[in-house]
Design a protein around this ligand. Sequence first.
Ligand SMILES: Cc1cc2nc3c(=O)[nH]c(=O)nc-3n(C[C@H](O)[C@H](O)[C@H](O)COP(=O)(O)O)c2cc1C
Length: 337
Amino acid sequence: MSALPFSEATFPLYLAPMAGVTDKSFRQICKNYGADVLVTEFVSAEGVFRRNQRTREYLDFDEIERPIGVQLFGADAAHMAEAARQVVDWVAPDFIDLNFGCPVNKVVAKNGGSALLKDCPTLASVAHSVVQAVGPVPVTAKIRIGWDADRINARDVAKILENCGIAALAVHGRTRAQGYSGEADWRVIGEVAQSVAMPVIGNGDLASAESVARRRAETNISGAMIGRAAMSAPWIFRQIKHYLATGELLSPPPLSERWNIILDHCRAEVREWGVEEPAMRSLRARLMAYSKNLPEAKSLRDKFQYVSSVAEVEKIAGRHITQSGSSASHPMPLVAT
Ligand SMILES: Cc1cc2nc3c(=O)[nH]c(=O)nc-3n(C[C@H](O)[C@H](O)[C@H](O)COP(=O)(O)O)c2cc1C
């Protein structure tokens, strides 16, 4: 079992868990471009007990994806501990990650995700029980900075989690009330990183190599977690690594390579689903995200709305590359926002 990749010499880049996005195909694309640590889409304790097809898909990963964590959410400490134990026996992830940040009503209504930020005794009991249940497998956690602007308590929560034996903490610099609006508050992330000994992974609005370098210089974070920017530019991990190592900004890949990423993603998804049409339907939203980083994005989005086969995407790609004049590097922003 690989250890969590933390040491003074490394600054791991995490692909943020994103439900409906970071499935096996997408995780492997990001891994190819240098994401160091991957996390599955979240699954509830009850989902683990049911072991239905959907749960199997959520927990499915290939060896090449290690180190990988399985993210669990729930507010019942005994259930979470049992679910974590079962996941470890079942798929042997490198770590279990606890979701204390999800803002979605369906999750919060059952006291899961970010709801536990305003119920620290329950949060502590979930964390403590899971750590006890799966040790020596490391348990990490992901939080938001608080429930709302009046209740920013990430430092207290981090201390509690550290005392429960949590091995590393990812902090998304928004409150639950913010959803995905406004800006991530990196001052609070920095304060959390200063106040605990465990590694703190900074998350929120990291959309370029320079922004990661700047946040690293300004705070005591031990790693960075990238979410939405990777959806349209999975090569961002390579750019960040290169920039941190050399101070040079790598250009985005040439247009032809970007299309290869898209086509590989389509083919992998069709392989996973075993049936092309529903696989391609499910990919439409992902194709829309990729289009952000391509010239003529609007016209591509219009076409992506209706694709139902890989051949159609191949045709769109061929035409687009020809129309764009060359398959060489296109003058594009580092990451479209
Ligand atoms: C579509 C989507 C799904 C998400 N699903 C999860 C999830 O399952 N678990 C989780 O901890 N965070 C989830 N998040 C939050 C991200 O992990 C991350 O914290 C957030 O997007 C901020 O990072 P970014 O600015 O780099 O995108 C999700 C975010 C998005 C956009």
